[in-house]
Ligand binder design. Sequence first.
Ligand code: AMP
Ligand code: MG
Length: 397
Amino acid sequence: MPPLLTIDEALALVLQRAQPLEAEVVLVAQAAGRVPADDVQALVDLPPFRSSAMDGFAVRVADTPGRLRVVARIPAGRPAERALAAGETMGIATGGSVPDGADAVVPIERVEDGGDEVAVSEGVSDQDNIRSIGSDIRVGDPLLSAGLVLGPAQIGALAAAGVAELRCARRPRVAILSTGTELRPPGTVLEPGQIYESNAPMLAAALESSGAEVTRLAAVADDPDAHRAALKQGLEADVLVSSGGVSVGPHDLVRRIAAELGVEEVFWGVAVKPGKPVAFGVRGRTLVFGLPGNPVSALVACELFVRPALRALQGVIAPGPAYAVGRLATPLRANSGRDELVRACVRIEAGETVLEPLSGQESHMIARAAGADALVLVRRGERDPVSGDRLPFLRLS
Ligand code: AMP
Ligand code: MG
């Protein structure tokens, strides 16, 4: 194995090759999780008219306090037919269009409503409970920047500002391939020597949640022809993610067959535990990740390299991985040669993020990882972290 790269060196090599895919038009209503390819501006003033912030009565400030004649009731969506004159008021709903002539709204709780007449006992201030035109945003003003993932708040903002569709990088097509003669699908009966195939569903879950359109190829045995056929098919995707068969054993065929098919290897081997034998290459614009077979190794390598690549392909400005910081609950051992990602569970104690490492940290122990919602990064060569140390961690979601 060549000298191991650091996590950061390997990530930089991946991101260099993960250029944004071409954009397509997406309906805002279907754009959650997508990434705008352009900056987006508001198409209207928001609010577009002077709107009432309360259920109440539109008044002229100069008429308060006082008794006012109710000349109309204004529901949301139907403006009054005329302006408000001296001595008059109009009932108005939240979101109703404040009539010309009115310069405040008195909340319903603060008037005596006598039907034809209301009494306002206190004076009110100019513009009370009136949302002015464009107080949220003005037409043409910047609403959202390119390269930020759209969440619920952004979708709401786009729709409110009149945006019905926008250009986003298309979703990366990802092919997932598991390799290993021993693998059987869950739901079947295991023969001696066999295990259930768990990497493909795990990786599909991770990558779909990062915006990928995933195709799962049928798992292949450790056989060159089977590898060739499956890798060839997988190379049609934007990203091919295989697991297994990238170590140094005689049955580890992925790198050799990928090379035969024209994949140019960019790196093989990262100073990380678990995940060391991870391989990365390219063929044309297709990114090719050879993840190790051990399920926890595959999970870690996916979080460190594949997920950021998917975000970069979608034009995300900061493709991550995004580390947060928490306090370690129990001591750990630092590895001398490799950065280590330790499965942990996160809890909040007295407002602080506490990281509880799980027992069972070996790379095959995917069942133990079921309790994990974080990967804690322990840098190599540092002193062994003790309880209370602040360490970076990645959220598993
Ligand atoms: P490999 O990287 O192919 O040497 O595999 C390392 C370990 O991971 C072996 O114990 C394999 O049986 C196991 N493994 C490989 N692929 C999978 C998979 N898709 N699901 C579950 N375990 C796997
Ligand atoms: Mg194998």
